[in-house]
Design a protein around this ligand. Sequence first.
Ligand code: PLP
Length: 463
Amino acid sequence: MDHDDLRHWSRRAADWAHAYHAGLRDRPVRAPLNPGTIAAQLPVCAPEAPEPMDAIFADFERIVPAGMTHWQHPRFFAYFPANAAPASMLAEQLANAIAAQGMLWQTSPAATEMEQVMIGWLRDALGLPGQFTGTIHDSATTATLSAVLTMRERALDWAGVRDGLSGQPRLRLYASAETHSSVDKAARIAGIGQDNLVKVETGADNALVPQALAAAITADRAAGMLPAGVILCAGGTSIGAFDRIGDSIAVAKAAGLPVHVDAAWAGSAMICPEFRFLWQGVEGADSIVFNPHKWLGAQFDCAVQFLADPGPQIRTLGLRPSYLATPGAEEITNFNEWTVPLGRRFRALKLWFLLRAYGLEGLRSRIRNHVAWAAAAADALAVLPGVEIVTPPALSLFTFALTAGDAATEALLARINDDGRIYLTPTRVRGRSVIRVQVGQFDCTAEDVAVIARVVADLLPGA
Ligand code: PLP
């Protein structure tokens, strides 16, 4: 296959993509497959001889779509969305065509400079103050890991990157149990250890209790341990919990600790000024992550980390061997020094296309609709017999269960997902099995969201 063939097949792929998206509502949202079904259709060895592209493409059409859970299905209400607005998909096609690697300014000046400008656009769009700069990672997990590594090194005065962790004091991190498991992963990978991630008590509002945070830090210091930082949750994955950001940051700052805020999902909603009360005080954070690839519409992957001062993170992660030098431009921004991997994709392009093609007002109205439609879906479920709303909508996320108990709730969820019209996922709330609903798919309509209550009503025990 050469570039002339690529042009032909790109057109075929564009036509295929158009038909795929137009027909999504006719497909089951979750792949209705048993494990091994797809692997069984693939040869066990790579071919020795080249194969014609029409055979490869035909196999793709035959095997792959039926083996996918359709994240762009308008009735995908599981997990959080991984949206891909059409304008962002177009930008990804162009970035793929150029196929650059943006590790240094010099290796792709447009990628670096557009990333800097997009960080500014998004900072202003979210109402964050002008001192925040930032960078784009692949995922919130990597951004949180970068923040935690930086917390570790600040606490150790950069002895960790120099000497390693052996013989260092026992480091401590603080977060509530509502924060995402990426925080646990960061504690593990950073060599701090799961047991040194203190899960601070939460109150009836599911927010970390600031006084309990203060007490935990004081107790750890008295025991000779070294507190390194606090991770706060702005829109937790399970039920959308929000910590009291300003109050918790005040406690952390009084104790001299840096703060990272995980707003991976809910950050997108902060383009709407009326939701910003939910993370009131966030301007005091050292680091904030949000994923435009979740709710905003930028195709996966795209995780933005805002930094009040990038210096400590660059000092932690940045290396400049001679083979990566840019002679004569030593002061230039090389974003690989801000992040864990060296190589970087041109992710800013899809933000540029997205923000221009829909405008902030277009993106705001989508998010406002999702929040309103989620509230309507919760109301419609609440009046069904034996259904209880367990956690009310936090933005566009709520949970429900059957009053008959866990086994009945879990069986209902299995029936819902086997039915295929919608896709929902489970979680636990105070030990109880519940069903999560989040509304956020880019193309979903009020009618798609109304299907949730209809499906549940059809599938209730005895219906
Ligand atoms: N933080 C929160 C609140 C999340 O919901 C998620 C994923 O859903 C993550 C972090 C991890 O995101 P990523 O897949 O970008 O690593």
